[in-house]
Design a protein around this ligand. Structure first.
Ligand SMILES: CC[C@H](C(=O)O)C(=O)SCCNC(=O)CCNC(=O)[C@H](O)C(C)(C)COP(=O)(O)OP(=O)(O)OC[C@H]1O[C@@H](n2cnc3c(N)ncnc32)[C@H](O)[C@@H]1OP(=O)(O)O
Ligand SMILES: [Co+2]
Length: 133
């Protein structure tokens, strides 16, 4: 059974949103990390079994910049934890889900990740996450 690893939220300015979410969740951000290959600066909060990942664009070509320009700030993606990301990618591709990367790529928080195109998941950007071993 897939566990929700994190909910990704696109924000314009982490310096505003990070303290806001610390107040909202009544817990400190436990990690901030830039993933330049994704064009994102992230901030993580633990919420029970899952996490909240705030994402700010690091450049104008970032998917987060494009998303905010089009839809404004808000929920950007849902990430599921998987045991074996390559096996899950193969399973889901065979079922017709569109993989946005053909091999696992480096994510934040020590993960390997793969994204599924929202047009194959009822409009929700889905991320698969496997802990790096
Ligand atoms: C990896 C670090 C970190 C982690 O957890 O470890 C992250 O989570 S990084 C997160 C940022 N990286 C990504 O999002 C990578 C995957 N995303 C993409 O490849 C693109 O953003 C893509 C393909 C989803 C959309 O890019 P495109 O250039 O095609 O943008 P468009 O605006 O033309 O979108 C096409 C179509 O998709 C809809 N869309 C776009 N983003 C989302 C979204 N987040 N959720 C739902 N739908 C989305 C957009 O509205 C367009 O639909 P249309 O009906 O044509 O308007
Ligand atoms: Co994510």
């Amino acid at each position: 059974m897939l566990r929700i690893e994190h909910l990704g939220i696109a924000v314009k300015d982490l310096s505003v949103s990070l303290p806001l979410y610390e107040q909202l969740l009544n817990t400190p951000c436990y990690k901030q990390e830039v993933v330049e290959t994704e064009g994102v600066s992230t901030a993580f909060f633990r919420t029970g079994e899952s996490k909240i990942e705030l994402l700010e664009a690091t450049n104008e070509n970032s998917p987060i910049a494009k998303f905010i320009a089009k839809k404004g700030e808000g929920i950007h993606h849902v990430a599921f934890e998987v045991e074996n990301i390559e096996a899950e990618m193969k399973r889901l591709a065979a079922l017709g889900f569109e993989l946005l990367n053909t091999t696992p790529k480096n994510g934040a928080d020590n993960k390997l990740v793969c994204f599924l195109h929202p047009r194959t998941t009822n409009g929700v950007l889905v991320e698969l996450c496997q802990e790096k071993r």
